[in-house]
Design a binder for this molecule. Structure first.
Ligand code: P6P
Length: 340
């Protein structure tokens, strides 16, 4: 099979579908190069002195791992000079990071979770990077970018993607024309196209949820999981398998590869009132990718990509994956709220 690199793929998208501007192409190539560097650093593990925690907390109140901060710095440094961005936002930074005045500024915004799944770092379980690209609305006005400019619904995304640092390093990407996957040729250092069109099977028999939270779930989630657990004898008429890697990039990658439903729902805990996952740089990019692959993504009763953000680090319930299953759970939420 002819080896198509990420650059060639993006040039062809730019040429034939106008889906990718030259600036977006440069942006994606820059992020992909930064992901290579992050994967290389992660791969050193104990030999690189990069494991363990820093003893500091991020804006989420979570203990920062050394690799969380290192990955964030790699993405900031890689994207500052290119002239394609106005600013960046990250799970690891309280406020936005504007492009320094010594560099030209572009018309896009980049958001990322630099190292998702970091609770798995020290136990050598796959982790990854999630990113999202938005237009910078202020660009035409000439005023300085501010945090409000980032608060756009996920349906406005220009591009989204994630990298998984596992047995292989993979990069999954959408620019709104479907979903493609690349595998890192570690000898050449090139991202090579290995999945030309990723689609999620509409049906599934595999669910992903952290079962230890069961006592906190709202009724519609409990109803669905009980039905899955009832198996063939239950209303769904089939036996289900369960997976939970506790690394969103890995769970979502499995679902893109063989179907399934991923659930981190909001729950009754005060901290869980909107769920654990963050809207802007976890739920939105993953929802864009999943929808582009023919799946669905809701917060319960509503489509995630329609959510109007109120704050940069706001959380949201996430139920995404195989369309038929997600729509079933969405219907259960709508019935419970009386909206159907
Ligand atoms: P729990 C990782 O910390 C993360 O943000 C997601 O990648 C993952 O899906 C989830 O949290 C795991 O949460 O509560 O099961 O550890």
């Amino acid at each position: 099979m002819k080896r198509i690199t990420l650059t060639q793929y993006l040039v062809e998208q730019q040429r034939k579908k106008q889906a990718v501007s030259a600036e977006v192409r440069l942006l994606i190539e820059t992020v992909a190069r930064a992901c290579k560097a992050i994967g290389h650093t992660v791969g050193k593990g104990a030999l690189g002195g990069v494991l363990g925690s820093l003893g500091t907390e991020n804006v989420q109140g979570e203990i920062q791992k050394k690799l969380d901060v290192l990955s964030n710095e790699i993405l900031l440094e890689a994207n500052e000079w290119g002239g394609h961005l106005a600013a960046m936002a990250s799970e690891e930074m309280e406020t936005i990071h504007r492009i320094p005045n010594r560099y030209p500024k572009g018309e896009y915004l980049l958001l990322f979770d630099p190292l998702d799944g970091s609770s798995n770092i020290d136990v050598n379980v796959s982790i990854g990077t999630i990113f999202s690209v938005l237009h910078a609305p202020h660009h035409a006005s000439g005023r300085e970018v501010d945090e409000q400019d980032f608060l756009q619904a996920g349906a406005q995304q220009v591009a989204a993607g994630y990298a998984v640092y596992g047995p292989q390093s993979t990069l999954v990407l959408t620019v709104g024309t479907g979903v493609v996957g690349f595998t890192l040729d570690r000898e050449m250092g090139s991202w090579i196209l290995t999945s030309e069109s990723i689609t999620i099977p509409e049906q599934t028999a595999e669910f992903a949820i952290n079962m230890s939270n069961m006592r906190h779930w709202e009724a519609p989630v409990k109803r669905y999981i009980d039905e899955c657990l009832a198996g063939k004898e239950g209303p769904l008429g089939k036996d289900y398998n369960m997976r939970w890697i506790a690394s969103m990039v890995s769970d979502v990658h499995r679902i893109l590869t063989r179907g399934g439903i991923f659930m981190y729902p909001r729950d009754k805990r005060s901290s869980g009132k909107n769920g654990k996952l963050r809207l802007m740089y976890e739920a939105n990019p993953m929802s864009f990718i999943v929808e582009q692959a023919g799946g669905a993504a809701v917060d319960g009763a509503h489509r995630i990509l329609d959510t109007q953000p109120g704050a940069l680090h706001q959380r949201i319930g996430v139920i995404l994956g195989s369309k038929a299953e997600v729509e079933r759970v969405q219907r259960y939420h709508q019935e419970a709220s009386g909206s159907v």
